[in-house]
Design a protein around this ligand. Structure first.
Ligand code: SF4
Length: 295
């Protein structure tokens, strides 16, 4: 039996669901029950009716699903599927900054560890970051771990945004060369890119925002300035339109550790179960659920 069919059969027998991030390989996106950006997947994970959630994404996404679904088993197919950006921020660093800026609220991008989230007032994604910041009474916001997303938020609010830490970034979104990006189509840029790249975009949007932009546009050709497999997601949804990756080598290695082979193994052997320390999970859950209420 073909691997895709074997996965489907096993998934049905186990009452499992596969959630895949937009940066997953094309064949993984093809077998997913639901594809989306971090916010869409967090919402889906909360409302899903399944005994097992297989998370085709990176560690912080699977942790988020486990935190908001304590009664379901969340599986991640590869332990190597990690996010380099999340590693910029420890819980201890957040506590240090909180002491230095006691008047500030802490807003953490979901691309952070559960330990860091436990120290946050609220989480956000690239889709709702400005809305989350505007929902808070505080005028000073500690925002991390992505300094580029922090600068994007700063461009859209009068509040004072302090990046936490100032060096936090995503190596994929900072790998573009502004002069090499093709200009022959509508340019859609992810807000994790640095300001000089965002400036050339016809739109700056999360991956979910890019899907909506394309859906509502009459344009036929788009240049996609984010992880390369976002083009796979858009091609699956809009086969009549043309999508060009801004750079072929903009690849998130953590995301590519998930394959059809290890998804099958994950279902068959029920591994790797995502576990979060209960105290950390409880505190992180408050910050995540507060975000889901706002957005
Ligand atoms: S693309 Fe960047 S921020 Fe997104 S998961 Fe990969 S390393 Fe993390």
């Amino acid at each position: 039996m073909e691997l895709k069919e074997k996965i489907k059969k096993l998934k049905d027998e186990m009452n499992a669901i596969i959630l895949a991030h937009n940066y997953q390989r094309k064949d993984v996106q093809e077998i997913a029950d639901f594809k989306g950006d971090s916010l869409e997947l967090a919402r889906k994970a909360k409302n899903v009716d399944a005994d097992y959630i297989v998370f085709a994404g990176v560690d912080f996404m699977a942790e988020t699903a486990a935190i908001i679904n304590p009664d379901k088993t969340v599986l991640i197919p590869s332990k190597a599927a990690t996010c380099e950006m999340a590693k910029f921020l420890t819980g201890e660093r957040v506590r240090e900054y909180k002491k230095r800026y006691p008047e500030a609220a802490v807003v953490l991008y979901v691309n952070s560890t559960a330990e860091a989230k436990a120290e946050a007032d609220i989480t956000c994604t690239s889709a709702n970051a400005v809305k989350v910041v505007e929902s808070l009474p505080n005028e000073v916001i500690l925002f991390g771990p992505d300094a580029n997303l922090a600068s994007h938020v700063q461009e859209h609010t009068d509040k004072k945004i302090i990046p936490l830490p100032p060096e936090g970034h995503c190596y994929v979104h900072t790998s573009f060369d502004v002069d090499s990006i093709p200009r022959d189509g509508k340019i859609l840029v992810h807000p994790e890119c640095p300001p000089e790249i965002r400036k050339i975009g016809d739109a700056v949007a999360s991956t979910g925002g890019m899907v909506k932009y394309v859906k509502n546009s009459n344009e036929k050709r788009f240049v996609i300035v984010t992880e390369r497999d976002m083009v796979s997601r858009l091609q699956l949804d809009f086969p009549d339109k043309e999508f060009v990756p801004a750079w072929e080598n903009a690849i998130c290695l953590g995301m590519k550790h998930v394959t059809l082979e290890n998804i099958y193994r994950s279902l068959k052997e029920k591994k790797y179960v995502v576990k979060v320390d209960p105290d950390i999970a409880e505190r992180a859950k408050r910050a995540i659920e507060r975000m889901l209420e706002v957005s």
